[in-house]
Design a protein around this ligand. Structure first.
Ligand SMILES: Cc1ncc(COP(=O)(O)O)c(C=O)c1O
Length: 407
């Protein structure tokens, strides 16, 4: 009955494939979820956060619970300037805005920079939250191949020229250079430099989404391997997004965006009508957590936790599948991007896996070109090591049942 009330955009709204999994998981409490990229809840610094929250509320300082500037809490913006400087990015608060998670930054880019029908270039595969946001802005999403070193620059240029020859505007390239979601890939430093030159040459803006850069494992030995492109962006080509979701806690919904001042003003205006501001209380807690060194102290522990979980998952997969399932070893982040044996297809496997009480995200959800059915994304970040082993056994049972069924 409500369909007639929906606008054309409202009718076509796209949901992220990962969020959709949430309902499946909620229905079965015993479900092992390798689906959403949730941080390990045992890593949250509960006690320190409780003390910070107590202190803030005891202060009765009105700003703690009051409306504030859309751009964000001033001292937090200053703190983020410091966080960025440690990543090699020199910036000032006028080039910054706080966002409700980096997801809001992606959505703001869709609203402010994308016209209906514009071609937006994304990796094959790409983060589903960006795919959904850009589709909602009515972008025409075009995929670019990538390998273990990240996006393929020859394909990128060919795709860009092809889209332009077809009469489409190509203004934006979105990518996740550090421990990509879902592929876990790390864009090589050489490609980062070449991408900046490419963006200049083709007059394109790069959206560099970096939630996982701090979560590298011991295999990342080259100093500066995660250095953001924004750090070497002499020509204002890069819009940089990051977040405290993976390095502190996602419940605060505190992320940020760095862009040339003229663009930041547009993003700020767009944000005003969405939420007026990111929550004051959340920003204050995050500010205290960063400035008191809690976030920096946590980082080595997180790297250790996630590396250990990656290793548990790799071992469990080898034990359960031998060499029938393969993957590139992720050097950081939350995800293992697995290739299925010939004839095993992502959606059929998921349908069977739900019956075995284990879920993951189907590979095809990350491809804008309709491929990827031989892939699945397994998040090792949230479940305990025992649950990772149990979930992997269930996954193997699901695959075995599927194979019996098709024989
Ligand atoms: C690549 C990427 N970008 C953005 C986000 C959104 O993060 P936030 O919690 O900061 O909105 C995620 C979350 O999983 C992600 O993987």
């Amino acid at each position: 009955m409500y369909d007639k009330f929906l606008s054309p955009v409202g009718r076509q709204l796209h949901e992220s494939a990962i969020r959709r999994m949430g309902t499946v998981i909620a229905r079965a409490p015993d479900m092992v979820s390798f689906a959403a990229g949730y941080p390990d809840p045992a890593s949250f610094p509960w006690e320190e956060l409780r003390e910070l929250a107590d202190g803030l509320l005891a202060s009765r300082e009105p700003g703690v619970l009051q409306y504030g500037p859309t751009r964000g809490y001033g001292p937090l913006l200053e703190t983020i300037v410091g966080v960025l400087s440690a990543r090699g990015i020199a910036t000032t608060p006028d080039q910054l805005t706080i966002t409700s998670g980096s997801q809001q930054g992606i959505d703001l880019i869709g609203r402010v920079l994308i016209s209906p029908g514009d071609a937006v270039l994304v990796e094959l595969p790409a983060y589903t939250g960006a795919i959904a946001a850009f589709k909602n802005a009515q972008a025409h999403l075009v995929g670019v191949r990538q390998d273990a070193d990240g996006i393929d620059l020859d394909d990128l240029d060919a795709v860009c020229l092809r889209e332009r020859a077809a009469g489409r505007t190509v203004n934006l390239l979105y990518l996740v250079p550090n421990f990509q979601n879902p592929a876990g890939s790390l864009l090589s430093l050489e490609r980062r430099q070449r991408l900046l030159a490419w963006a200049d040459r083709r007059d394109v803006l790069i959206v560099e989404d970096d939630p996982y850069g701090a979560l590298y494992f011991d295999d990342v030995t080259t100093a500066g391997a995660t250095r953001p492109m924004r750090a070497d962006d002499g020509h204002g080509r890069v819009i940089y997004l990051s977040t405290f979701s993976k390095t502190l806690a996602p419940g605060f919904r505190v992320g940020w965006m760095v862009a040339p001042g003229a663009l930041i003003e547009r993003f700020e205006t767009a944000k005003q009508t969405i939420d007026l501001m990111t929550g004051s209380f959340d920003q204050r807690i995050v500010h205290e957590a960063v400035s008191r060194g809690i976030v920096d102290r946590l980082a080595p522990q997180l790297r250790q936790i996630y590396r250990a979980k990656r290793d548990v998952m790799q071992e469990a997969l080898r034990e359960a599948f031998g060499d029938r399932v393969s993957w590139d070893v992720p050097k950081g982040g939350f995800f293992l991007w697995a290739t299925l044996p010939d004839g095993c297809e992502d959606e059929a496997l998921l349908a069977r896996a739900v019956e075995e009480h284990v879920v993951f995200v189907i590979g095809s959800a990350f491809y804008v070109d309709g491929t990827g059915h031989n892939r699945i994304r397994l998040s090792f970040s949230a479940p305990t090591p025992d649950r990772i082993r149990e979930g992997t056994r269930r996954l193997a049972a699901a695959m075995a049942a599927l194979e019996v069924g098709t024989r």
